[in-house]
Design a protein around this ligand. Structure first.
Ligand SMILES: Nc1ncnc2c1ncn2[C@@H]1O[C@H](COP(=O)(O)OP(=O)(O)O)[C@@H](O)[C@H]1O
Ligand SMILES: [Mg+2]
Length: 437
C-alpha cells in the first residue's frame, strides 16, 4: 500500500494544495507555521478511515477538527489517492463548520473497499500480512518508561494498529509486548543443544531455508526483528532485554556497560523508542514474513531529527530505508543534514501555502542546503519580487521610482549581483533614450 497523492482544500494554512507522494521517502521542509505538521496530520486523519474499516466494517476514523478548517472557509476536505496491489483507491473526508452548508460530503467508499481486501485476505489466511500505518507526532518525545507492568497482555496481529495514529510511541506497550515475547521465547524455543545437533546434520542452505521459513526458530522471530532494527540504528547498542530482578525493568548493553533504558540520553531513548515501535508493529503485523522488517507500511514522522545528534540526523533516512525497505516514509525536518545525506528522496519546501519541489541535494554541504533549500527560499522570493517591481517601473518609464528601487536593492545585494546589474543597464538605456527625446 502506497500513498500517491494528497489533496487539501481549506485545511489549516492551505486553501488548495496537492502533494504528489510518489517516492519511498518524502521530506517536507519549511519555516515554522509553513504547514508541515498539517500535511502529516491530514495524512494520518485520512488513513485512520482505512484502519477503522479494516478493524470493523462500519468503523469510523478521525474527523477533521473544526479548528483546522481554513479561517473564513465554510468547509474543509482531505482527499487521498493510494495504490495497493496495483489497484487505485481514492477517498475524501470533508468537514463543514457548524451551521454552514457544504455541497461535498465525504466519499469513503474506497477506504471501505480497500479495507475489505485486507479483511478478505485475513479471513482466508491467518498468516496474511497487513500494512503498518503509523504517525509519530512531535509529542512522541515523552518517554514514560514504566517501572512496573501491572498486567500481562496477549497481543494479536491487528493490535499493531493500537494507537498507531494517535499517540505515536507507546513505550509501555512496547515493554509489555517485549516481556510477553521474551517469556514465550524462553518457554518455547528449542534448547540450544538440540538446535546444534540438528544443525550439524544439515547443510547450510537447508538450515537457512528452515530458519527463514520459520520451521526452526532458534529465537523468537518478532523479538529478533526488533533487536535487529535497534542494532541497525544504534551501533554499539545490543542485547535489549527485560530484567526481572530486583524488579522489572528493561536493560540494554552499550559497549561493555549494561544500562537501564531509563538511563539513556533523551536522543538515545527517543530513537530507540521510535525504531522499536515501528519494528514491533511490523513484527506483529507480518506473521507470514521470515523477516518482518520487510513488511509494508506507511510511516509518518514529524520532525524526524528531533533530539538527534548531527551524526544520527545525517544517517537517519538511510537507516530507515535500509531497515524498513518496504515502508513509505513521509517526514518533516528542520535539519539540513537529513536531506543532504540522502539519495533518492523527494523534498518539498513549503512556503506561503504552496509547495516547491527542491532539486536533489544529495552530497551538498550543509551551508549549501541551508542557503538553497531552507533559508534563502523566502529571501529569494522577496528579492525576486523587488527585482520584478524594478523591471516593471523601468518598463512603465517611472524612472524616479526605478532609481530609488535600484538604490535600495544595491544597498542590500552583493556588488556583482547579475540580475540587478542587468536592471541597471536597462535603466541607463531608458535614461539615455529619455534624454535624447
Ligand atoms: N484554521 C486555520 N486557518 C488558517 N490558518 C491556520 C489554521 N490553522 C492553522 N493555521 C496556520 O497554520 C500554521 C500551522 O501549521 P503547521 O502545520 O503546524 O506548521 P509547521 O508544522 O510547518 O510548523 C499556523 O502557523 C497557522 O498560521
Ligand atoms: Mg510542525
Amino acid at each position: 500500500m502506497k500513498i500517491k497523492q494528497l489533496r487539501l482544500e481549506n485545511v489549516g494554512p492551505f486553501s488548495s494544495l496537492a502533494v504528489e507522494l510518489d517516492a519511498a521517502v518524502t521530506v517536507l521542509i519549511g519555516n515554522n507555521g509553513a504547514g508541515k505538521t498539517t500535511i502529516l496530520k491530514s495524512l494520518a486523519t485520512s488513513l485512520s478511515w482505512f484502519v477503522a474499516r479494516f478493524r470493523s466494517e462500519k468503523g469510523s476514523g478521525s474527523a477533521i477538527d473544526e479548528e483546522q478548517i481554513l479561517n473564513g472557509a465554510n468547509a474543509a476536505s482531505v482527499a487521498m489517492a493510494v495504490v495497493d496491489g496495483g489497484e487505485p483507491y481514492e477517498w475524501t473526508l470533508s468537514k463543514t463548520r457548524i451551521g454552514r452548508k457544504n455541497g461535498h460530503p465525504s466519499q469513503l467508499n474506497n477506504a471501505t473497499r480497500l479495507a475489505d481486501v485486507y479483511r478478505t485476505s485475513l479471513s482466508s489466511n491467518e498468516q496474511a500480512n497487513v500494512p503498518l500505518i503509523a504517525f509519530y507526532p512531535v509529542e512522541r518525545v515523552v518517554l514514560d518508561i514504566p517501572l512496573k507492568i501491572r498486567e500481562k497482555h496477549t497481543f494479536q496481529q491487528l493490535d499493531g494498529y493500537d494507537n498507531s495514529l494517535s499517540q505515536g510511541v507507546d513505550f509501555r506497550r512496547f515493554f509489555e509486548w517485549f516481556r510477553e515475547r521474551e517469556d514465550s521465547e524462553n518457554e518455547s524455543s528449542i534448547p540450544e543443544e538440540t538446535l546444534k545437533a540438528i544443525e550439524s546434520t544439515l547443510d547450510a542452505d537447508t538450515w537457512n531455508t528452515l530458519v527463514k521459513g520459520g520451521l526452526i526458530s532458534p529465537r523468537d522471530r518478532q523479538l529478533t526483528a526488533v533487536r535487529a532494527a535497534i542494532a541497525h540504528f544504534m551501533p554499539g547498542f545490543s542485547n535489549l532485554r527485560v530484567r526481572r530482578k530486583p524488579r522489572l525493568y528493561m536493560s540494554i548493553d552499550k559497549g561493555a556497560e549494561t544500562l537501564n533504558v531509563s538511563q539513556l540520553s533523551q536522543g538515545e531513548k527517543s530513537l530507540m523508542a521510535l525504531v522499536g515501535d515501528i519494528a514491533r508493529r511490523l513484527a506483529m503485523m507480518n506473521p507470514g514474513l521470515a523477516n518482518p522488517l520487510e513488511g509494508e507500511g506507511i510511516v509518518l514522522i514529524d520532525e524526524v531529527d528531533m533530539h538527534l545528534h548531527p551524526k544520527w540526523a545525517r544517517s537517519i533516512v538511510q537507516r530507515l530505508t535500509n531497515t524498513f525497505p518496504n515502508c513509505q516514509f513521509v517526514l518533516t525536518t528542520h535539519s539540513p543534514l537529513v536531506i543532504s545525506d540522502s539519495k533518492d528522496i523527494l523534498v518539498y519546501a513549503l512556503e506561503n501555502g504552496e509547495l516547491v519541489k527542491v532539486p536533489p541535494l544529495y552530497g551538498q554541504d550543509v551551508n549549501t542546503v541551508l542557503l538553497e533549500a531552507m533559508d534563502t527560499h523566502v529571501r529569494n522570493a522577496l528579492v525576486a519580487q523587488r527585482l520584478n517591481d524594478l523591471l516593471d517601473a523601468i518598463h512603465d518609464r517611472k524612472l524616479d521610482d526605478a532609481r530609488r528601487m535600484a538604490r535600495d536593492l544595491e544597498a542590500e545585494l552583493p556588488a556583482q549581483h547579475v540580475e540587478l546589474a542587468k536592471a541597471r543597464l536597462l535603466l541607463r538605456k531608458e535614461e539615455l533614450r529619455l534624454a535624447k527625446n
